[in-house]
Every structure is written in C-alpha cells, then in structure tokens.
Design a protein around this ligand. Sequence first.
Ligand code: GTR
Length: 339
Amino acid sequence: MTNTKEIASEGLSRRSVLLAGAAAGVLSACGRKGGRAFLSSDTHPPDYPTVTAVDEMARLLRERTDGRLDIKTYAGGQLGSERDTLEITVFGGLDMNRVNLAPLNAIEPVTTIPALPFLFRSNEHMRQALDSPIGDEILASLTKHDLIGLCFYDSGDRNFYNTKRPIYTPADMKGMKIRVPNSDLYVSMIKALGADATPMSLAEVYQALVQGVIDGAENNWPSYESGRHFEVAPYYSLTHHVIAPEVLVMSKRRWDKLSKPDQERVRQAAKDSVPFMRKHWDAAVDEARSKLLAAGIKVNEIADPAAFAAAMRPVWNKYVVTDEQKRLLKEIEAMSEVG
Ligand code: GTR
C-alpha cells in the first residue's frame, strides 16, 4: 500500500516535475481580477460529462461570487495521465483534478470499496450509497493525503472490449492481454479471470490496441466511444463488472489558502454540479450506445454474470482488510432497497 509520504520519499518522477513546471506556467498565465482561476485537469475531451460538470461548477462559482472564483479545466489529458496529475495535485502544482477512484486506490484503502467488482447492483445503488454519509466518509478519507474530496460523479458500468472475439464466460478471457488503469485492485480482477493485466494510462490504449500490445481493455460506453477504441476493438461484452464512481478533488494546499466561506462556496458548487452531471451522464451513455451500435460494433450480453462475480470474488478478501473498509462494505451491501 503506497501512501502520500511514500510517494514523496520516492520523489516525483522526471515527467511529473516537467508537468508541474508546465502547470505552474499555465497558472501564472491565467491571472485574473480577484485572483486566478482554479486550474483543473481531466483526461476526457471537453464535451465529456465529467468536464462539462466541472464547467457547470465553475459557472455556479462565478455567478455566486460575481466572478471572483472560477475554474479553468485542461481537458483531454493535456496536463498528463491521472496518476501523474494526481501527484501534482497532492503537491499543489494543480488546484483540482477529476479522476476515477482507481489511481486513488494505492493512496487510500477506503477508495477501493466502491471499486470492488460486482458490489453495486445498479447505478442507482451506487448513487444512493455515495449520496449517504458513506460517500462523505470516503471523500473525507482523502484529507490526510493532502486532497480534499469535493464530490462523486457517475462513471456507469465497465464492460470488456477486445480485438479478437466476444466474451461469454470467464474462460473466454484466458490468456488475453487486458489493459487496466493503474490500480493493483484492477490488476487482481483481471488475473482472477485468467487473463493478463497490463496497467497503462488511458491515452496509450488506442495505440496499444492497434499494435497488439494488448488485446482489449474495459470501460464504460462513453469512454469506449470517445477514445475511439471501438474502431480497433469491436467486441463489447456486457459484463458490468464494476460501477465505480469518478471523484473531483482539490489540492489541500490550495484549499487551506481559501477563507472558510470560500471553502463552503467551493464545496457547495461541487455538490450542486452533481445532478447536472447525472443528467448529462445518462444522456451520454444513451448517445454513445446508439452511435456505437450504428457503427457496427458487436455487443453481447454474457450468459452467466454470476460466474464472473464468483471468479472475481476472492479480490474482495485481498483488498478489504481494515475494520473501516469492512464496515463501509457491510453498510453498502445492506442497502437492499435500491436496484
Ligand atoms: C474512465 C474514467 C477515467 C479513467 C478511465 C480509465 O471511465 O472516466 O477517469 O479512469 O476510465 O480507464 O483510465
């Protein structure tokens, strides 16, 4: 398990130092009346719902502070991968970052809970759990790592896609090389299915598929579409194995410089951007699905989801070890009324 101190003692990679320098350059370049805009990063393109949700948060902040507080998002991974930009955010070179939970798994054990395979029964179940005090507790767990967890956004369900064949059973995955985000939990999930896991950043996936470095990957409909991975990996198999949310974080260094009322404004604007995000997320999933079906991808349901769940279940025992994790897991499972 890596914590922020260990990251610090390993030192920032050369790439991260360069990125921090670039970020600092951008920061000084966007000076404005009443202070500079918060600089935020996102791996997705400008029209993706995570990016437009932060734009909405920026709009709310401007409106509520007469333009004094604002956010400038660098979308499309311009400032680097989620892992690199997260390091920079911890050290204060970036003010905000919208990332998946995966790169946080190595930093904070409780972030692995919503990322467990076959935990949430539906998107509704995920939303309800993270809207409850459970979500607040997970967001608050990031503070000791110098990050302020502002809110969760949707990421839908992740499914496998590949260049070779439809996947119907775990046995169909045997020997396949599957890209995963940089998270030990994801590596273990793929290994549990008998496939080989290759962690890499999202930006590298298209080329890796073309070159045959990997046979496939896994992601939600909008990411599969916006990264154009479907062009080279047309088999999309609906395993629905993970429904982990996205998270919006702020650097604690920047946060600590804000007045208490401004901290409250930032937190409230983030929370108020969530319904906007959900509405656009649902539309984006429908739109991506229709576009991809029209483009001729080969989609299949899996015969027996329970077989995938059973094969991946040992991962729960490996990653759920602390009392806090066990309690949160129990509470989420006990929410039986939804989904
Ligand atoms: C997407 C998520 C990104 C990133 C990506 C990945 O669904 O929105 O933040 O984590 O998956 O697989 O790297």
